[in-house]
Design a protein around this ligand. Structure first.
Ligand code: 6R9
Length: 652
């Protein structure tokens, strides 16, 4: 069951508290009143071409565009004929004038090691690594896979790819070798950038072992560049594997950024959909960078003196858009941390906030719920008075967590921006502007200028205020995905055919009388476990790959901390008997096929799965079974459950 985390739907329905922007904050904010917001929004709606034409001036272009936008549903091109380079915009343009000695990246490793890269340093390192990639045979258009811990070299590798026009595909370090192989195969990556390992909760994550396993099935990979991070013993395949430091020591730091077509692919990022195989979401250069640059500046109100800490991993879209491209394009100082929030103790983030004087902090609701559970004493141990703005992303935030975040972390003075968006949208779509929008705990509030969302029925009719429906976007926007790599038909089908004429988000939502959007969760078979997107089908297909399994059905179960937990129902082939040992084997099998994040929390053996006449598994029923005997005394809770259930029913 996709619900608000922590069974807090009832509190969302009665949530009436409104927090206007603090007067002091609004005074100096980039957008500082609702009038200003409305003027911008209306202009963007009425004259999208003119609006986006002007907004693109926030970037450095090598060649101006001939046409702002070309739209042949479902395909869009932005800034047609224009040329630019994303790494030039994120790095080089800040190396002239006073920003050249400003910290671009402040990094802290889990063991406590630290590094600061000023914009000039970043430019040198990006240039150097771009030359390393060239030396490995990478040319414009070749895909480079990146599978690394959260170290500065990960950002350097992404920007180096952008510099030479090689689309990157970053694979989250928590994914298994199998999952890595699947992604590499899908996009035919030529070179892989990785590390011996990374640190997590004091342990070494053995990345290179996963790589060696993956590459047995990846003939397109010619060379592997390996960063020495942990220094533990690893296998280096002669002729294929090269040490980062050895390659970098002989490479020049000078690599001029390649002028690229606005629609040149910047990256492919895999995300889970409602079928078994992950989708390679393709983003291109110009529109994506306009979108992320602008939204980072609007929503985070980025100022020259800010120190901005985003806790997301670069393996997810939040790391791409709001750790790398958006903030760096704005010339911000970004804090990056390698490890776990509770290592060596549960105050690690707050120690980082205090040590670097972080002013803007961006994290996920699941993390906030964990902080809440650990207790406020961890935050109280540190001086958090430098903070001036807090953000959340990844899943609906329950009002309790929102208010706790505002009070305990933000000291009651920092606006909280709940930002709704997706891998597919590239940039934030619905979020408060911290100097303008009155916030309410639990809603991402209003669409940003240039974003025209609506809540509709299955046939595309707008619903009444406060009625649940499907969240769609009615006008194309610059940072939207261009297609699914290698499967344009799936792109068309999944996003543009479900509801006629509009982009379908896969989320259920309702809009209140003030126009605020309340996101209710996915209406498809996508799970959101601790802010990570997972597909039920992907986990099911991993399970049926096991020799003992006949059939499997996976559903989400409400989980107080992580939003959803994974429950799997499994039928066995004849000759196999349910046992605790087999249960553990199957859970481990999923972790091996996808990654530990997909390991079912609960795995139940059953003789048969409930099916419809047409043979479809009745997930709704299983979701109820997984949720157990939930207290359904509260009718408002029931109401919300039934809206989602109905929406899903229409799909079945
Ligand atoms: C950025 C990111 C996208 C899905 C999305 C929705 C959920 C994200 C949210 C939110 C409620 C928010 N989601 N932000 N739900 N409020 N502020 O998370 O991208 O990993 O692709 O996930 O996450 O369900 O459809 P991605």
């Amino acid at each position: 069951m996709n619900t608000f985390a922590g069974g807090s739907i009832e509190s969302v329905l009665v949530e009436k508290r409104v927090f206007p922007p603090p007067v002091e904050f609004a005074k100096s904010a980039r957008i500082s009143s609702m009038e200003e917001y409305r003027t911008l929004w209306n202009r963007a709606k009425d004259d999208p071409q003119g609006f986006w034409n002007d907004m693109a001036s926030h970037l450095v272009w090598r060649k101006p565009w001939d046409k702002v936008m070309e739209w042949t549903e479902p395909h869009v091109k932005w800034y047609v004929g224009g040329q630019l380079n994303a790494s030039e915009n994120c790095v080089d343009r800040h190396c002239v004038g006073p920003r050249r000695n400003k910290a671009a990246l402040i990094w802290e490793g889990e063991p406590g090691d630290r590094r600061v890269l000023r914009y000039q340093d970043l430019k040198r390192e990006v240039g150097r690594f771009a030359n390393v990639l060239k030396a490995q045979g990478v040319t414009k258009g070749d895909v480079v896979a990146i599978y690394m811990p959260m170290v500065p070299e990960l950002v350097i590798a992404m920007l180096a790819c952008a510099r030479i026009g090689a689309p990157h595909t970053v694979v989250f370090g928590g994914f298994s070798g199998e999952a890595l192989a699947g992604r590499i195969q899908d996009c035919s990556a030529k070179v892989l950038v990785t590390a011996d390992g990374g640190f997590r909760r004091g342990n070494i994550i053995h990345l290179k072992e996963q790589v060696d396993e993956a590459l047995a099935h990846c003939p397109t990979i010619r060379n592997v560049v390996v960063l020495k991070r942990t220094g533990h013993q690893i296998h280096m395949e002669p002729g294929r594997d090269h040490w980062w430091h050895e390659m970098a020591s002989i490479a020049s730091a000078d690599c001029p950024p390649e002028p690229l077509d606005s629609e040149h692919p910047l990256f492919i990022l895999y995300t889970s959909g409602s079928t078994g195989t992950p989708k390679g979401i393709l983003h291109t250069t110009g529109g994506y960078l306009v979108g992320t640059t602008l939204t980072a500046s609007w929503v985070f109100d980025l100022k020259e003196e800010d120190t901005y800490f985003c806790t997301a991993d670069c393996g997810w879209i939040t790391g791409h858009s709001y750790l790398v491209y958006g903030p760096l394009s704005n010339g911000a100082t970004v804090v990056m941390y390698e490890g776990a929030p509770d290592y060596p103790d549960k105050d690690r983030f707050w120690q980082i906030v205090q040590d670097y004087g972080v002013t803007i902090f961006y994290t996920a609701p699941t993390a906030i719920r964990a902080f809440m559970k650990w207790g406020e004493q961890y935050a109280r141990k540190h001086d958090l008075s430098s903070l001036r703005l807090l953000g959340t992303v990844g899943e609906p935030i329950n009002p309790e967590a929102w208010v706790w975040y505002r009070e305990v972390i933000g000291g009651g003075r920092c606006p909280v921006v709940d930002t709704w968006w997706q891998t597919e949208t590239g940039a934030i779509m619905i979020a408060p502007l911290p100097g303008a929008t009155p916030t309410k705990p639990g809603t991402a509030t209003l669409p940003l200028p240039g974003v025209v969302p609506e809540v509709v029925t299955k046939s595309g009719e707008p619903v009444e205020p406060n009625q649940g429906g499907y969240l769609v976007i009615k006008q194309p926007w610059p940072s939207m995905m261009r297609t699914i790599h290698g499967d344009d038909e799936r792109y068309r089908r999944q996003y543009w055919s479900e509801i006629p004429g509009v982009y379908f988000t896969g989320d259920g939502a309702r809009r209140d009388h003030d126009g605020n959007f309340w996101i209710m969760g996915r209406v498809d078979d996508v799970l959101n476990v601790a802010g990570h997107r997972l597909s039920t089908m992907e986990i099911e297909s991993a399970l049926v790959h096991h020799k003992a399994v006949a059939e499997a059905a996976v559903v989400g179960k409400p989980d107080e901390l992580r939003g959803q937990a994974i429950t799997a129902f499994v039928t066995l082939k004849s000759g196999y008997q349910p046992s605790e040992d087999l249960r553990q084997q199957l859970r481990q099998h999923v972790a091996h096929e996808i990654g530990a994040l997909a390991r079912p929390d609960d795995l139940r053996f059953t003789d048969a799965l409930p099916k419809t006449r047409s043979g479809k598994i009745m997930r709704r029923l299983l979701r109820d079974v997984a949720a157990g005997v939930e207290s359904t005394g509260d009718t408002s809770t029931l109401e919300d459950f039934s809206v989602l259930a109905r929406l899903r029913h229409e799909e079945e």
